[in-house]
Design a protein around this ligand. Structure first.
Ligand code: GRF
Length: 213
């Protein structure tokens, strides 16, 4: 591992399959990064077990101990700084961030969402897509701001929606793309390939951008 290895902090509330995809990519040599800490707002989040199994520092922070969301995020900020986190990855983190965390980490927080944003933000994105009758859905990796599922889009991957799909079958198909795309985006971030101007993220890995240069 070089001195310049990117340190990631992962926030997760649930099963942590995206966390596992990051761990696997690091351990497999496809992603040059280190997970400094995994934090959760859920005591029994399986993501914490995964962190433990891979000897990654982890901590549950109980929201009930905090009188406000701002104070909660200030505690998270302190922990992220303690672990020298440079990039925060929201991987199934089910809380909206406040400015206390977003401002100090401006442009350094990414989220994975299981729809092609701006379609179907928020909870139950797969069911929203099925109910709407779209024929294509997918996942989005985006920078995070204070609004839910709203910041500049970094990358998206699409999947077909088949008649007869249920929430479970669609989410499984989309999840495979999440697991592929998230480590790839983190690697691109670590190589300084992502430039943000307003809402537009230019990815210097894109062949057409390299041709223009
Ligand atoms: C994923 O579908 C992600 O897109 C969404 O929450 C889910 C988390 O899954 N934000 P996991 O905890 O990573 O398995």
């Amino acid at each position: 591992m070089s001195d310049k290895t990117l340190v990631i902090g992962v926030l997760a509330s649930g099963r942590g399959s995206n966390l596992q995809a990051i761990i696997d990519a690091i351990e497999g040599g496809g992603l040059e990064a280190k997970i400094g800490v995994v934090l959760s707002n859920k005591k029994n989040a399986h993501a914490l077990q995964r962190a433990k199994r891979h000897h990654i520092p982890f901590q549950y922070v109980d929201p009930k101990d905090c009188p406000s969301r701002e104070i909660y995020d200030t505690i998270l900020l302190g922990l992220l700084k303690t672990h020298q986190v440079e990039l925060v990855v929201l991987a199934g983190y089910m809380r909206l961030l406040t400015s206390e965390l977003v401002r100090p980490y401006q442009g350094r927080i990414i989220n994975v969402h299981p729809s092609l944003l701006p379609a179907f933000p928020g909870l139950h994105a797969h069911q929203q897509a099925l109910d709407y009758g779209v024929k294509v859905s997918g996942c989005t990796i985006h920078f995070v701001d204070e609004e839910m599922d709203h910041g500049p889009v970094i990358a998206q991957a699409s999947v077909p929606v088949f008649s007869g799909d249920k929430e479970s079958s669609l989410s499984e198909r989309i999840l495979r793309e999440e697991h592929r795309l998230l480590p790839k985006v983190i690697q691109e971030y670590s190589e300084g390939r992502l430039c943000v101007e307003g809402r537009i993220v230019q990815n210097r890995s894109d062949p057409q951008i390299e041709v223009i240069q």
